[in-house]
Design a protein around this ligand. Structure first.
Ligand SMILES: [Zn+2]
Length: 261
């Protein structure tokens, strides 16, 4: 399985962040390639196979691969010893409707599934705390970026030490939106001139989700120099990363994970 490594501004020893790539793709099949997401209509055995392959590649047990059931919320869950003491059903309930995870446990791979939305991996190397978040336009406007930073700080991280790596996501040129989306960002207090452009030909608004998340992170105390943004566009490069805009909602997802040894 080929992983796209995500770099932090200052590498943190023992901490690795990555996004999966689709690998060999059958263009007629929107699930074709590596998909770890089990609630987007893909075959359950294929998903399990992808999870097993990734867990083996990273050298962890399947139990230590933790991903939430995302719903474009701004909820953050902490993966700690208490979570690990729960049975499978209780763990699933704890991960329902969650879009960001925080942990300080070594050997646990936390991740989110995206197709165009912005995945971000975060680390405070000194505190030994890592996190991951999924930010579509709703989560971005709802400032999930600030909420995951807050979740890390509650565990002992410090915003001025946190580094962020954003994985592959839709580029501004590809992300045409309706005016109700622009309104949501206006109401959430974002500086629109920094994140919205109008296409001269169509008059449609295009939002820069990466810039919006960067702004939310900086407002939450993250140093701008500590934020690295992948320039890969999932829609432009849909044979390497899944894109809901290109392949439809019924398609696979790119998994972006982080773990510490
Ligand atoms: Zn693009």
């Amino acid at each position: 399985m080929e992983l796209e490594k995500l770099d932090f501004a200052k590498p943190v020893e023992g901490v690795t962040a990555f996004s999966t790539t689709r690998g060999q793709v059958d263009r007629r099949n929107p699930y074709s390639g590596v998909n770890l997401c089990d609630y987007v209509g893909d075959d359950a055995l294929r998903v399990l196979d992808a999870r097993l392959t990734l867990a083996m590649q990273l050298g962890v047990d399947l139990d230590n691969l933790v991903m939430p059931r995302q719903t474009h919320s701004c909820r953050v869950a902490v993966i700690d010893e208490h979570f690990r003491s729960l049975d499978i059903d209780q763990q699933e309930a704890a991960l329902e409707g969650v879009d960001a995870l925080v942990t300080s446990l070594p050997g646990v791979v936390i991740g989110v599934n995206t197709a165009d939305c912005v995945p971000m991996a975060l680390v405070d190397g000194q505190a030994g705390i890592i996190a991951v978040a999924h930010a579509g336009w709703r989560g971005t406007a709802g400032r999930i970026a600030a909420k995951v930073v807050d979740g890390m700080c509650r565990q002992g991280a410090r915003a001025d030490r946190i580094q962020v790596a954003m994985g592959p996501s839709i580029c501004q040129a590809c992300f045409e939106v309706g005016d109700e989306v622009v309104d949501a960002f206006r109401k959430a207090g974002f500086a629109l001139d920094a994140i919205v452009e109008r296409n001269a030909a169509t008059g449609k608004a295009h939002i820069d989700l990466r810039a919006a998340n960067r702004a939310a992170l900086v407002a939450a105390g993250i140093k701008a120099d500590n934020i690295i943004t992948s320039q890969h566009c999932s829609r432009c490069d849909h044979e390497r990363f899944f894109s809901a805009r290109r392949l439809g909602i019924n398609s696979g997802r790119t998994f972006t994970g982080i773990y510490r040894e």
